[in-house]
Design a binder for this molecule. Sequence first.
Ligand code: ADP
Length: 362
Amino acid sequence: DLHVRPSMPLFGMDIGGTLTKLVYFEPDHFDDFDQEERETLKTIQRYLIGSTAYGTTGIRDVHLEMTNQNICGREGKIHFIRFPTSQMPAFIDLAKYKKFSGLASGICATGGGAYMFEDVFASEVHLQLHKYDELDSLVKGIHYIDRYTLKSECYYFSNPLDPDNCEKMPFDFQDPYPYLVVNIGSGVSILSVRSKYQYSRVSGTSLGGGTFLGLCCLLTGCDTFEEAIELASRGDSKNIDKLVRDIYGGDYSKFGLKGDAVACSFGQMMSKEKRKCAKKEDLARATLVTLTNNIGSIARMCAKTEKIERVVFVGNFLRVNTISMKLLAFAMEYWSNGLLKALFLEHEHISHILEVDNIGCF
Ligand code: ADP
């Protein structure tokens, strides 16, 4: 609807349960903005582009920057910024201070926070949030990226069953339909995408990235996602889980279950002795593996019901988390006898892009 579409939409926000993602489209030229908007934009831009860290928790992901983009007939660059949603009060102060209200058009916003913070933005910052549905935006974002990135965006892991030869390879996403999207954020949503215009949310689980982080902080005393992943990278989940061989002494061959398959996540922790000597690293790894495998197995069931072979995993849970990506690639290949393919995107927090699509006037 052209009447509600903002006239100068250079920003987009996805205010999620854990992280707020902010995109900024930096136009190559400011000539066609009016004087007041130009001044506001320049102030904001100096602040955003002049630095890669904001306060103690805001980060600009320089490696995700997209150059030579054309949005609404303007050439420019797309920048990606994130900060914890818990910092929203500080962001609101900043928006007041930097006079975001000078942006006559308001800001495109999605995620639950677009609803939760709508009134505060209106009353405190005098800024209107133009709300968009997050799953619509996610699907549009994937299509935007697939059409507009020059570098290969989509990839998979070759030889997922062989850790020594398992390598990241580009995947041609030109004709992707149908495919499943597994969006692993705080929680998980699973979408079946049949065409550019047709998708449905087929399933989800509350056991997601937020669960991993919450449990990991509880079990290991760590404080951040980075720390949790770093601990997990040095841990061994076999010291925490019960494997088929811990119960059978070997394989359970009648049903094709190998001895090293997990029979019971955290099963060793039933023993007081084992609990006493459980290491933080092993607990972090077991938490990561448990959550990842659970999501993988729900994804497989959905793929089967929907009769879909390509499964695209996205969401910030996969950020700096090669362990989970390789595990998902393994699980898809192994448990489907090679039928399913796990795909990933360089912009794993694809919801970042979504507003670009909104501002892209498609
Ligand atoms: P949401 O929109 O629900 O916030 P995201 O796709 O942004 O979802 O993913 C959030 C999840 O990403 C967290 O639950 C956590 O597992 C993971 N994560 C990755 N990086 C961070 C970070 N810097 N801080 C907190 N969580 C992070």
